[in-house]
Design a protein around this ligand. Structure first.
Ligand SMILES: Nc1ncnc2c1ncn2[C@@H]1O[C@H](COP(=O)(O)OP(=O)(O)OP(=O)(O)O)[C@@H](O)[C@H]1O
Length: 806
């Protein structure tokens, strides 16, 4: 046997070369994206050599003007470089202008009147008697109790309260993103019930954003624009809107900057600062010019200057454009506190105050709780301390304060009573008849607010008047009665701004950017597959074409398959990251779940197939498995299917499991079943507890092993004329020490020289394992298995997203 007897060099060499070019392409592309300096330096070098060439040619023509020509070329190219990198320089007046021109650029309604939706539709939101309870093992717990309030266009409202007060719960209900718990109460938009389509007029900016770290600011915004903006918008209009909103948030000069953050797998990618990320979140939120913007702790994680900047943007946005901005906030510094028009203060799920910011102190003063600016600092801090109970509050620090639930409940009841009864409005019963009267709801609300206890009626003067809020606009008949999840509205139409294909295309684009720009994904996986294949191929290189290679061939077919069961573990962090993305997007109701899932499968599958084939063909060619295009293709098809199944099962486990550790545990159970029930280590006929062998139906590896074995050994013979060597004879003698036959020269001679026409029929191998399923049946079973894993993954994804809703 010579080394190259069986190795299929024409297969493995091109595959290995392709794998390196393919992976190298993505590595270099990603590297240059992370660090564009080498590319810029290369361009500079090229431009200067072009300049030198030009200069030389002009010098050769004679004259002084060639020198100037040189400079022209260099300057032109340099300008292009700096434009491409998006960098404008710290002192660049144009960059500074982005911030200065915010209001004029964004809030010029007339400029966008033709597009319609960039004009913020001014709405008045009112919520009444909101309650939220949870049924827990310890009984029913009330997390929100009889909460009232309202917001007018142009207002910026703060949602304050100690930890666990119910701020997030309230905001989720107002934002129509609450689907857990038993809810009741009324949510009115311009005096009418909030419908499901109204969610499109609102934006929810979560505390933690959900951006793909490897996408640029502009790409991120384009993704949201494609999904959020109505289908009637052209691509150019969407692009213009993205630029406009980025400019509004002072991010226009960061369009080509990566968002940055931690990639799945732990690699840290530098990108936007914390404040810039927050502004990007807000920018994504206001793309579709929502009437109401909800922000969950927009200043958390920011230093005080960044926090002030972000809140400044929000304030300007609300004031100039007429958005309602409602933000939950912890301990705002005084400059931020003074930006809020109105405040809602919650404690232990109860409404302690809702009204104009400056009325907070007088209201509690009216209840006997005095505020001393010199002792208590910012009024918001004092109010938070005042309503926080459950810890010792020394009188010398806190003065007369609320110390127990009884006092808290009394103060809350007094506020709710003053808010409802004293303003002369009867709380709604849920019957639309009770609403019919001579006055419109808007007029009633206005009247009520003007009569608020201890209130200087600044509501009408400030926010309403300045924002153009006209109470006469509101004619109310119906109320949204929130009784249970999903009952806020029943209308299905209008839930999505864009169609299925647009959502699919946007998700597909994002997925492609996400996987190809993560060095641990496409490029890393292809290289890993190629190098493990080379290692395995070297071990089994050119196994030979006689009967002695049968054992090696059998082992090799199994090794290929067991590798595919194990390799997906390297990508577990990617699957877990996917889950996080989907859950966040699903809660924001960004797109249809099937559009996302289809996009994900279509984007990732080709790369998975490439990796699997790289591995399979490299090993196949190096080891020299059965030659022939048909066998190579059959082996490739079965190996790829098993690889896709393994990836999908691990993906499903990552979605199903609450964390990565549990995902590993679930995956290992599956992998163990694959290996143990493969029929390789122990054949099913040898198992004592036969009932256990039913687990084989779960083992995709078993089917794949059968498929590869049939491809490799079906109707195949190998010459065995060389017989057993001395080592083989010694092995048999050791194995059967009492055998008289093995000591007989005639037997030994027969084993060593079986004859020139000796052949080993490998159908015997298949019979030993009881493998006889034709290739197409095996292919069909594995394909069906793959479909089932996809269905399971999709269903788990939807269920988990529902379960993890708020
Ligand atoms: N699914 C749930 N089951 C039971 N209790 C819950 C559930 N979700 C929230 N709660 C409870 O509801 C209360 C209010 O929670 P919420 O998150 O609204 O408070 P918060 O004011 O936003 O708090 P923080 O400022 O700490 O975020 C908390 O006591 C919380 O434990």
């Amino acid at each position: 046997m010579t080394l190259h007897d069986t190795a299929i060099v024409g297969l493995w060499v091109p595959v290995v070369v392709f794998a390196h070019i393919f992976a190298g392409f993505w590595f270099i592309k990603t590297y240059l994206l992370y660090d564009p300096r080498p590319l810029a330096a290369f361009r500079r070098r090229r431009s200067s050599s072009a300049a030198i060439k030009l200069a030389k040619s002009r010098i050769s023509e004679g004259g002084q003007e060639q020198e100037e020509g040189t400079e022209d070329v260099v300057l032109t190219l340099d300008k292009r470089n700096s434009a491409a990198s998006g960098f404008k320089g710290v002192c660049d007046p144009e960059a500074a202008g982005h911030v200065a021109r915010v209001s004029s650029e964004v809030y010029d309604d007339a400029a966008h009147a033709d597009k319609g939706t960039t004009k913020v539709e001014k709405v008045h939101l009112e919520w009444q008697q909101l309650c939220c309870t949870y049924n827990t093992a310890g009984g029913k717990i009330v997390v929100l109790h009889d909460v009232w309030g309202q917001a007018a266009p142009g207002e910026m409202q703060a949602l304050l309260g100690p930890s666990g007060a119910g701020k997030s719960t309230l905001m989720d209900i107002l934002a129509q993103r609450k689907s857990m718990g038993n809810l009741s109460g009324f949510l009115l938009v311009n005096g009418r019930p909030a419908t499901s389509s109204f969610i499109r007029k609102t934006a929810y900016v979560p505390q933690d954003d959900n951006f793909v770290a490897t996408m640029t600011t502009s790409e991120t915004m384009s993704f949201y624009a494609d999904i959020i903006l109505p289908k009637t918008w052209s691509k150019a209009d969407r692009r213009a809107r993205v630029v406009e909103v980025l400019a509004a948030m002072g991010l226009k000069h960061k369009q080509r900057t990566m968002v940055g953050g931690t990639l799945p797998g732990g690699l840290m990618l530098r990108g936007l600062s914390g404040g810039e990320r927050k502004r990007l979140s807000i920018a994504a939120g206001i793309l579709a010019a929502p009437s109401i913007v909800y922000l969950d702790e927009p200043t958390s994680g920011l230093d005080s200057f960044a926090a002030l900047t972000v809140m400044g943007y929000l304030k300007r946005m609300a004031r100039d454009n007429g958005h309602v901005v409602i933000a939950s906030i912890h301990q705002p510094r005084s400059a931020i506190w003074s930006m809020f028009d109105k405040v809602t203060l919650l404690a232990s799920g109860r409404l302690m105050f809702h009204g104009v910011r400056d009325d907070l102190v007088p209201w509690f003063g009216h209840l006997g709780y005095a505020y001393d600016a010199s002792q208590h600092g910012v009024a918001s801090d004092w109010a938070l301390d005042l309503v926080a109970i459950g810890f010792h509050k020394p009188k010398r620090f806190y003065g007369h304060t609320i110390t127990n639930m009884e006092q808290l409940t009394r103060a809350s009841n007094e506020f709710v009573a003053s808010y409802t009864s004293l303003s002369g409005v009867v709380p709604f019963s849920g019957s639309s008849d009770s609403m019919i009267g001579s006055k419109s709801l808007g007029q009633k609300m206005q009247a009520r607010m003007n009569k608020m206890v201890g209130v200087r009626s600044s509501f009408a003067d400030s926010s309403s008047a300045s924002s153009g809020f006209d109470p006469a606009e509101y004619s109310s008949r119906d109320l949204a009665i929130i009784t249970a999840p999903g009952q806020v509205s029943t209308k299905k139409q209008g839930k999505w701004a864009t169609g299925w294909w647009r959502q699919f295309a946007s998700c597909y684009g994002r997925e492609l950017l996400s996987i190809t720009r993560n060095p641990a994904d496409v490029a890393g996986r292809t290289m890993t597959f190629a190098w493990v294949a080379i290692l395995m191929g070297l071990l089994y290189y050119g196994m030979g074409g006689d009967a002695t290679s049968i054992r090696g061939r059998l082992n090799m077919t199994f090794n290929i398959l067991s590798f595919f069961c194990l390799m997906p573990y390297i990508s577990m962090s990617l699957y877990s990251a996917d889950k996080k993305f989907y859950i966040a997007d699903a809660s924001a109701k960004l797109y249809r779940s099937h559009a996302y899932y289809a996009a994900k499968v279509v984007a990732t599958t080709p790369f998975q197939i490439i990796s699997a084939l790289v591995f399979c063909f490299t090993v196949y060619g190096m080891a020299g498995l059965r030659p022939g295009a048909r066998y190579i293709l059959e082996n490739g098809a079965i190996s790829t299917l098993l690889s896709l199944i393994a990836v999908q099962v691990l993906h499903c486990c990552a979605i199903l499991a609450p964390n990565q550790d549990v995902a590993f545990m679930l995956s290992i159970v599956w992998t163990a079943i694959q290996l143990l029930m493969s029929n390789f280590f122990i054949t099913f006929t040898e198992v004592v507890f036969q009932w256990l062998t039913v687990l084989r139906w779960l083992s995709a590896l078993y089917y794949a092993f059968e498929g590869l074995a049939v491809t490799e050994f079906g109707n195949m013979t190998y010459p065995c004329d060389q017989g057993l060597d001395q080592e083989g004879i010694t092995f048999l003698r050791t194995l059967l020490p009492n055998s008289r036959f093995l000591n007989m020269p005639i037997v030994v001679n027969g084993l060593q020289n079986p004859g020139a026409d000796c052949i080993a029929d490998t159908n015997a191998v298949l019979q030993y394992y009881r493998f006889d399923r034709p290739f197409k049946h095996t292919f069909g079973i594995l394909f069906g298995y793959l479909i089932v894993t996809h269905i399971c993954t999709y269903v788990c994804m939807v269920i988990v997203a529902r379960r993890e809703r708020r």
